[in-house]
Write a new protein. Structure first.
Length: 625
């Protein structure tokens, strides 16, 4: 790299560390201050922080690869996470969650199931899930940032003793970046995380704008027309995804056939099925839930969640589409000619473009922006995961009475433990894609059933939640171990066939097993106490099957009314999904110079924004208090 680019990156790292450490002085007042910022941070800062946390480098590299290969249809791949969750949170879940006035997602569970044995079992299992998910995401970041930095940095950072290779160059770079990020995150808690993420968001937006301008100025319309097939720009699809590349790029069709998305209709069906249930289940006990719980009040929680959607997608996809435009012209021919073309090659398109096809200065800012994307997401998980270890396990079961200083120190130790475990898991990961699919399809598949039922069914109890979550976590873990060892299984065994099924298609199995555990655990044990249910319903006021609880409440409080907003909320969610999709498609179509479709996407964005203004925003202003 040019010395100017190196200077930009070094300056960014110094400023980030300085801001994180300087702000950390506010975090020593106790757990509430350390993990929630004392509920004093303004909603728009939390929204910027939340958006920054979702702008991760591993996910960006993955999205560059799938947009490059599959074209505009690839925006539907994002439904695997599912990104709809942010819309459902915006419309109604943020309000429901924030009304609890607690610190973590597992502590919130106690308000639903009570503090008896059943409630504590549900509380413990969701805390374990949160910790496992945080470790999994840290492994995901470890794999992504290591691969990214190796291709960008000119130096070999491998660690060898004699003929023994202790660390590859990718692992060494990943450890360095993780160490730097861990320092300010552990020291400052939520205050440092939010302050640095707001700074990092600004850098990422600047990087996205610069790369988009550069791609627009250096690549002509005729160059794009010559290389992009018409099918690449289409969002429509059939039951199968047929290869649409031709000429020198025809080898990409083989890659499409082997990626596991060939049965595209079935794949989208799985993502729709999972997307709906996972979205109503609510945010996982992770950093986005911590942002909701950190807001000052219920109304701010809704504003923050809506703002996150608004500020995230357009700048992120400007960057992604800008990189893909450069890759299609400069990288595609040599990549298609490779005799060893594989899915892993898609993950290195992003660093290849930056390394070879971006000018001095812009390269440094773009690298700083992508490094910011990694650091912001990583720090968000490092802040969220330990909250469950300290507040929900250590404090509740081992050390219920101690000083605030003691708990903050325990949080520091827990943070380092979570990071170390995540790094160890990252050493054994094959690729970004393998961890992505495990987290989105397997791990979250085990989360969905129990957390869907907790909102809508009064009879669902703590033991049902515990066994539903445990069944999901066990089968998700078995699936991960099977996938990681599929190369060692004899081809004529039934396990071989099972191990080679794309994980997204196993979602119904994982969901079904989890659902069975939830129902058996519920029906074979007593219901949650009516007093707990009445308190929960009166406070949160969800819609669903709550009639016995509502009738019991009305004995003493006849003015209590049921929540009849289900149809309105679902309408707003449907409009919100279209709104969200328009913010993804607009920068993509703009960057590939398809101006008619850009105009359509812009019109859809304007119309859906106007609808949400009247049907959601005005309602929040009047009622969400």
């Amino acid at each position: 790299m040019n010395s100017i680019d190196v200077a930009i990156i070094v300056l960014y790292v110094i400023i980030t560390l300085a801001v994180g450490v300087w702000v950390s002085r506010k975090a020593s007042k106790g757990l509430d201050s350390y993990f929630l910022g004392g509920n004093s941070i303004k909603w728009y800062y939390l929204g910027l922080s939340n958006g920054s946390g979702m702008f991760d480098v591993s996910g960006t590299a993955w999205m560059v690869g799938i947009l490059f290969l599959y074209g505009v249809k690839s925006f539907m791949f994002m439904w695997m996470w599912p990104i709809w969750n942010q819309i459902f949170v915006m419309v109604f879940l943020a309000v429901w969650i924030r009304r609890s006035n607690i610190m973590t997602g597992s502590e919130w569970i106690l308000t639903r199931f009570g503090d008896d044995r059943a409630g504590r079992a549900s509380h413990l299992i969701v805390a374990i899930f949160a910790i496992v998910a945080s470790i999994g995401f840290i492994a995901y970041f470890f794999e992504g940032v290591g691969k990214f930095m190796t291709i960008i940095m000119p130096w070999n950072a491998a660690l060898e003793i004699g003929d023994t290779l202790l660390l590859t160059s990718a692992q060494s770079y990943a450890l360095i970046i993780i160490l730097l990020t861990t320092i300010y995150t552990v020291k400052g808690g939520m205050f440092s995380v939010v302050a640095t993420e707001v700074l990092q968001y600004g850098i990422m937006v600047l990087a996205g704008i610069l790369i988009a301008i550069y791609a627009f100025m250096t690549i002509s319309d005729s160059q794009l027309d010559a290389i992009i097939p018409n099918e690449w720009k289409s969002i429509f699809f059939g039951s199968e995804l047929n290869g649409f590349w031709n000429g020198k790029l025809e080898s990409f069709n083989m890659l499409i056939d082997t990626q596991g998305y060939k049965m595209f209709g079935a794949f989208i069906g799985m993502t729709l099925l999972k997307g709906f249930f996972a979205s109503i289940a609510g945010p996982t006990p992770s950093y986005d839930m911590q942002r909701i719980l950190s807001t000052r009040n219920v109304k701010d929680a809704a504003y923050m969640s809506g703002f996150t959607n608004l500020i995230l997608f357009i700048p992120r996809y400007l960057l992604i589409a800008g990189v893909v435009v450069l890759a299609l012209v400069y990288v595609a021919p040599s990549l298609a000619a490779s005799s060893t073309l594989s899915g892993n090659d898609l993950e290195i398109i992003l660093p290849q473009v930056i390394n070879n096809h971006v000018p001095v200065g812009i390269k440094g800012l773009l690298l700083a922006g992508l490094l910011a994307a990694f650091m912001s997401t990583f720090s968000a998980f490092v802040n969220a995961g330990p909250a469950y270890i300290v507040n929900d396990i250590y404090k509740k079961y081992f050390k219920p009475t101690a000083t605030d200083t003691h708990y903050v120190k325990a949080s520091h130790i827990a943070s380092f433990v979570v990071v170390v475990l995540g790094v160890i898991m990252g050493f054994f990961a094959d690729s970004i894609n393998s961890i992505t699919l495990w987290i989105t399809s397997a791990l979250y598949g085990g989360y969905v059933a129990a957390n869907f039922l907790k909102w809508i069914w009064w009879r669902f109890n703590g033991w049902g939640y515990f066994w539903g979550m445990l069944a999901g976590l066990l089968i998700a873990t078995l699936q991960f171990l099977l996938d990681q060892n599929k190369s060692n299984i004899t081809p004529d065994m039934w396990l071989y066939d099972l191990a080679h099924i794309p994980v997204i298609y196993l979602f119904p199995v994982i969901f079904g097993v989890s659902l069975l555990g939830a129902f058996l655990g519920t029906w074979l044990t007593p219901a949650t106490s009516m007093e707990t249910l009445k308190s929960f319903y009166k406070n949160v006021r969800p819609w669903g099957w709550w009639k016995p609880v509502l009738n019991s409440l009305r004995i003493d409080e006849p003015e209590i009314r049921s929540n009849t907003n289900f149809l309105k909320d679902m309408f707003n969610c449907a409009i919100g999904i279209v709104w969200q999709s328009s913010m993804i498609l607009l920068p993509i179509y703009f960057m590939v110079r398809d101006y008619p479709k850009s105009g359509i996407a812009l019109a859809v964005f304007a119309i859906t924004s106007l609808i949400l203004k009247f049907t959601w925003l005005d309602s929040i202003r009047k009622n969400a208090i």
